[in-house]
Design a protein around this ligand. Structure first.
Ligand code: IMP
Length: 429
């Protein structure tokens, strides 16, 4: 005991990386529990600037084990690139562990992701093109290749034979694309296994042992709860269990071990890719926020869609995750914008609802009902004490707190670690 979860509370890109980095000092293990290299965040520290997609940000703390859990799907070459970038900049990567049960994102997954998106035409999901959906499909279909398999030549060959034949049939017959070259893939897969051998480990037992010893384990989520396969805006979601329940399922950590669940909310909304977003701002304010906050995807460079804070989505997310604590990021981005708005209800099909709709059609037809609040002209950027917040900004934070129903314990007022207001110490002592 104890484990703490850090979960993106909206559509991803809330700034979880900074929060994990903030809390990693007091952690013994940081474990990524879902997603793959569709995620991405930039870390700037004394060693340089790093674009992390797979490696948990705990890697920068010499005392922390950085673990890629069994529920993550990992593209080996992306991981090897990330590791060599870290090593070149003097970061010790010897405490990076990849679960032997984590699934490998194969080149055919990336190809299929692209081809399937093309085939969806105007109904495309806007995936990151990293092969994430097809890799999770294979996991569920029980034809996935796992990292442990890469270390066992004979077993790998027997698994890969069947999968390659199946994928080649799909590629050639359904998409008129070239088949998979077995020999080439097998050799590459063995090379990945050799290169990653020192890092591949049975991590689940290690985490349970650590918890039994009283170590502090941070469960690092990826994406955001509104992209959760079951609870998000299906079908415009990612293919993994983003919410905290996903961490229990894939890591085998019993729910009662998780004593804190920290939801990370951005002070407004963003979304990348297609799908409903009732509070989207398709105007000068939205463009202004995008530019001043540089709301462009870390992984794909795509412009993020920007909108006001969606109170219904936020409360729903807080409810399904049971957040014990919240972090509000990028408050400074709203400096000088007047008024600021929060969506507190939707009008859809002639009815007003205060709950996030379960029907995708209703969500698509929803128009937001706004609560307008005065903006603030004094800057919040860089503030470190809650008492220094302009009263209007403090009122905005309090209103969000009321809506989500849990305390905001940390407010981020800039990209650097020090640019944070600790309202109440969150955890880990
Ligand atoms: P996929 O995860 O690449 O299959 O993409 C599915 C949806 O999730 C798309 O709308 C992506 O833009 C979105 N998505 C995936 N990863 C992230 C992320 O890290 N941040 C924001 N959106 C993401």
């Amino acid at each position: 005991m104890p484990a703490y979860g850090i979960v993106g509370a909206q559509w991803g890109d809330e700034g979880k990386g900074k929060v994990v980095d903030f809390l990693a000092d007091d952690a013994d293990i940081v474990v990524r529990y879902s997603g793959g290299s569709n995620a991405g965040h930039t870390v700037i520290n004394e060693k340089g600037e790093f674009a992390l997609h797979l490696v948990p940000s705990g890697i920068f703390r010499p005392h922390v084990d950085a673990v890629i859990g069994p529920g993550v799907v990992v593209e080996p070459e992306a991981l090897l690139d990330e590791l060599s970038d870290l090593q070149e900049k003097g970061v010790d990567t010897s405490r990076l562990f990849v679960s032997d049960h984590a699934h490998v994102v194969m080149p055919y997954h990336v190809t299929l992701d692209r081809l399937e998106e093309e085939a969806r035409g105007s109904k495309a999901i806007g995936t990151t093109g990293r092969g994430i959906g097809p890799a999770y499909v294979d996991k569920v279909a029980r034809v996935g290749i796992r990292f442990g398999d890469l270390l066992d030549e004979a077993y790998l060959a027997s698994r890969l034979e069947g999968v390659v034949a199946q994928k080649s049939r799909i590629l050639t017959k359904a998409f008129d694309a070239p088949p998979v070259d077995f020999d080439d893939l097998y050799e590459r897969a063995l090379r990945w296994g050799e290169a990653l051998r020192p890092h591949i480990a049975s991590v689940e037992q290690r985490i349970l042992d650590a918890l039994a010893r009283g170590a502090r384990v941070v469960l690092e989520g990826a994406q955001g709860a509104m992209l959760d396969l079951d609870h998000g805006t299906y079908p415009y979601v990612t293919s993994s269990s983003v919410s905290i329940g996903g961490a229990c399922t894939v890591l085998g950590v019993p729910p009662r071990e998780i004593v804190g669940i920290i939801g990370v909310f951005k002070a407004y909304s963003t979304r990348v890719g297609a799908g409903p977003m009732p509070t989207e701002l398709d105007d000068a304010v939205g463009r202004d926020i995008r530019e001043r906050a540089w709301e462009y995807g870390t992984t794909t460079g795509r412009p993020r869609r920007v909108g006001w804070f969606d109170g219904l989505a936020a409360r729903y997310s807080a409810t399904i995750n049971g957040f014990t604590s919240a972090v509000l990021t990028r408050l400074d981005v709203l400096d000088g914008i007047d008024p600021v708005k929060i969506c507190t209800a939707y009008d859809a099909d002639g009815e007003r609802t205060h709950r996030f709709p379960s029907s995708p059609g209703q969500l698509e037809r929803a128009t937001p009902v706004w609560e307008e609040m005065p903006g603030w002209s004094a800057p919040t950027a860089g503030i470190t004490n809650v008492k220094q917040l302009p009263p209007e900004a403090a009122a905005y934070v309090r209103r969000i707190e009321e809506i989500i129903g849990c305390p905001i314990d940390l407010i981020s007022t800039g990209p650097r670690r020090a640019e944070s207001i600790v309202v109440r110490p969150i955890i880990l002592r």
